[in-house]
Design a protein around this ligand. Structure first.
Ligand code: NDP
Length: 283
């Protein structure tokens, strides 16, 4: 498995398994188990996915040594703030049945994230979390966090796929040495991605699938990917991307698909911000 080296020296697999929208505990446990059996060593969950317990059970059941797996979970908006972040991390560790996390992210740039960051910095120094980072941070928010704190986020997990390449963000994150991680690498199937003419053509040329071409394209850019699937065959398919390389010409052809626009509601829209503030999880 190829790895990236984070700004604190921690190694992170470049390909992992995401578990958003697998609310059914049994299905989540089975999918994570299948992913670990297929060779995935990075699992991406969050409080907001309401499946940390199922992820924890799958890890136990797999028998894969803890130190071989890279586990990410995330702080939800309702827990932003110094004390509540410390409590949220303790609860996540408990649900996951783990002693430490490999990566802990602030899921959304809302609420008292500066209090959260101080709590995360402390737990990072104590070794409870091997690396800390953020998600869905626009570049102004990211740079502000960096300028007013000690620890630079190791990762920013943001929407990135063939229709939204995030080139400007990538440039700034490289400047500050923040690893870019893609959420929604397959655009959640939106925009008919699996029937896209360019991608279908490339898939045929390389004797691969559209999903494999997309995941290869992102990892070839140095972006960490965490595709989600509840189907064992797709889980295996999405993992099988290291036996081919896209030519520069083909990378450039994928570049033409960039619309430089998100496929999701903007996090800078006041109504969306309010909606996130009221979005609570009872766990
Ligand atoms: P993805 O881009 O990974 O797409 C998942 C969808 O694609 C599912 O409908 C899945 O269906 C389908 N799919 C997966 N593999 C294939 C394949 N080989 N062929 C055809 N269809 C396929 O979307 P996600 O939103 O799940 O993003 C990935 C992960 O990123 C999440 O699970 C989560 O961990 C993280 N994330 C983080 C966010 C954040 O705010 N930080 C926001 C969103 C996601 P099926 O399951 O039926 O196979």
């Amino acid at each position: 498995m190829e790895k990236v080296i984070l700004n604190n020296g921690v190694e992170m697999p470049i390909l992992g398994f995401g578990v958003w929208q697998i609310p059914d505990a049994q299905e989540c446990e089975q999918s994570v188990y299948d992913a670990l059996m297929a060779g995935y060593r990075l699992i991406d969950t969050a409080v907001a996915y309401e499946n940390e317990e199922a992820v924890g059970r799958a890890i136990k059941r797999s028998g894969v040594p803890r130190e071989d797996i890279f586990i990410t979970t995330k702080l939800w908006v309702q827990d932003a703030g110094y004390e509540s972040t410390k409590m949220a991390i303790a609860k996540s560790l408990d649900r996951l049945q783990l002693d430490y996390l490999d990566l802990y992210l602030i899921h959304q740039p809302f609420g008292d994230i500066y209090g959260s960051w101080r709590a995360m910095e402390e737990l990072y120094q104590e070794g409870k979390i091997r690396s800390i980072g953020v998600s869905n941070f626009q570049m102004d928010r990211l740079v502000d966090l960096i300028c007013h704190n000690k620890v630079v986020p190791a990762v920013n997990q943001i929407e990135t796929h063939p229709f939204y390449h995030q080139l400007e963000s990538e440039k700034i994150m490289k400047e500050y040495n923040v690893q870019m991680e893609s959420w929604g690498p397959l655009a959640q199937g939106k925009n008919n991605i699996f029937e896209n003419e360019v991608l279908v053509k490339l898939a045929k040329n390389y004797k691969k699938t559209v999903a494999q071409v997309v995941l290869r394209w992102l990892t070839q850019r140095g972006v960490v990917v965490i595709p989600k699937s509840v189907h064992k065959e797709r889980i295996k398919e999405n993992f099988n991307i290291f036996d081919f390389k896209l030519s520069n010409e083909d990378m450039n052809e994928i570049a033409t698909l960039d619309t430089n626009k998100s496929l999701f509601p903007s996090k800078t829209n006041p109504d969306v911000v309010k909606q996130f503030a009221n979005w609570k999880f009872d766990i």
